[in-house]
Unconditional design. Structure first.
Length: 394
């Protein structure tokens, strides 16, 4: 118990130090800001509000639910049971940001949020069109002569059925303090802003999978010289009797995964005009890179159940059933490097901006993508974005 309290206190201490460091940075930035101003700075908006969205492509790091019977399916005849478990590859996200620049200063304080979600369900059902048949032969010599043939139709057929539902959410929060260092590289209206602060990321996902299959239906033959009970023991001859055997499998899984982490972040954003006039309207080329180190925890919780039913059809049906249950659950503290960047174009007015471009963010080793054992997987979001910014105050 004391060990648990010490670990918890240690994590709280790390978070408190990070927040204290960011606050100290903000206060020192304010204290060192220059009090002087000019007419151009006075006309510049002090507050910028930005709203946007992104069409994101996501990587697919999760291990599919594959009980042992999945390998019994002949994928040249029937589709794979894991095919329907692929999570959504795309999501729609929303962005919001507020930035405040001190009057007469190059220091900028900002807070930004990125929120995305995806979900969907996929169903697969397939079965063999011709389950087949077999020939039964009875040639009785004693106690009398009798000959009989018959076509025995199949009582079952091979099939697979898979139903999957996925839900995924991700949130990224940034609190930063930046300074326009200028550097004289992009003309009078170009910018070059270096930021430092804190980044918080949260990824959650859940899946519900239901698998049902009869992958191994087949005919086999039993060759006898004496008919089995309830026929008399005196019945002798040549008997070729078809036997139908198959397994029906049912499996279900509910699994949830999560990562939550916080840590220091750095970024650099630049903008260079290439057409127009800054006093009316201009076109700019924008870019940026960002990096962070997040300290947090991965979690996986799952419940699985599998049921097997064996059928053997020979004069009568014989059924035996077995069950298997498993509930994997684990948690691990991790350090997650994060890098990203963007590039795009902006159409700027003195008090407004419209931007389009392409943005990517990657979190290395952020998720536990395994089921029975831990499997460290990267998480990434990348795709085109668009945003509108409005400046307030001057």
């Amino acid at each position: 118990m004391s060990e648990f309290i010490k670990k918890t206190d240690k994590r709280a201490s790390i978070r408190w130090k990070l927040l204290t460091g960011a606050s100290a940075l903000a206060l020192s930035a304010y204290a060192s800001s220059a009090p002087g101003s000019n007419a151009e700075d006075a006309a510049r908006p002090q507050i910028w509000l930005e709203f946007g969205g992104q069409f994101e492509q996501m990587n697919d790091p999760w291990e599919p639910f594959a009980p042992p019977f999945v390998s019994h399916v002949d994928t040249s005849v029937l589709p794979s049971l894991t095919k329907a478990q692929r999570p959504p590859l795309f999501s729609i996200s929303a962005d919001g940001k507020i930035a405040f620049q001190l009057e007469g200063s190059d220091w900028i304080f900002s807070a930004a949020v990125h929120f995305g979600r995806s979900g969907g369900k996929r169903n697969i059902h397939a079965q063999t069109n011709n389950p087949g048949s077999a020939t039964e032969i009875i040639s009785l010599q004693a106690p009398f002569h009798f000959y009989h043939t018959a076509v025995v139709q199949a009582h079952a057929q091979q099939f697979v059925d898979s139903q999957t539902r996925h839900n995924e959410h991700h949130r990224i929060l940034d609190f930063q303090v930046g300074k326009d260092v200028g550097l004289g590289l992009f003309g009078d209206s170009g910018t070059s802003v270096v930021n430092a602060g804190l980044r918080y990321a949260q990824f959650t996902s859940s899946s519900r999978v239901s698998l049902n299959a009869n992958p191994d239906f087949h005919f086999s033959y039993k060759y006898l010289t004496q008919l089995p009970p309830p026929y008399p023991a005196s019945f002798r001859g040549y008997f070729k009797l078809p036997i139908q055997e198959w397994h029906v499998y049912d499996a279900n899984e509910n699994i949830s995964r999560s990562f939550r982490g916080i840590g220091p972040s750095l970024s650099w954003e630049g903008s260079a005009p290439f057409a127009g006039n800054k006093n009316s309207a201009e076109l700019t080329f924008d870019w940026g890179i960002n990096a962070a180190m997040l300290f947090g925890r991965q979690r996986v919780r799952a419940h699985q159940s599998t049921q097997t039913t064996f059928h053997s059809y020979f004069n009568r049906s014989k059924i035996t059933t077995s069950y298997h249950h498993q509930s994997p659950s684990r948690s691990k503290s991790v350090s997650v490097p994060n890098v990203g960047g963007f590039a795009g174009l902006s159409f700027r007015y003195p008090n407004a901006k419209i931007s389009i471009g392409y943005r990517a963010d990657f979190f290395f080793g952020a998720e536990d993508g395994g089921i029975d054992a831990r499997k460290s997987e990267n998480r990434g979001f990348y795709g085109p974005f668009a945003s509108i910014s409005v400046g307030l105050g001057d």
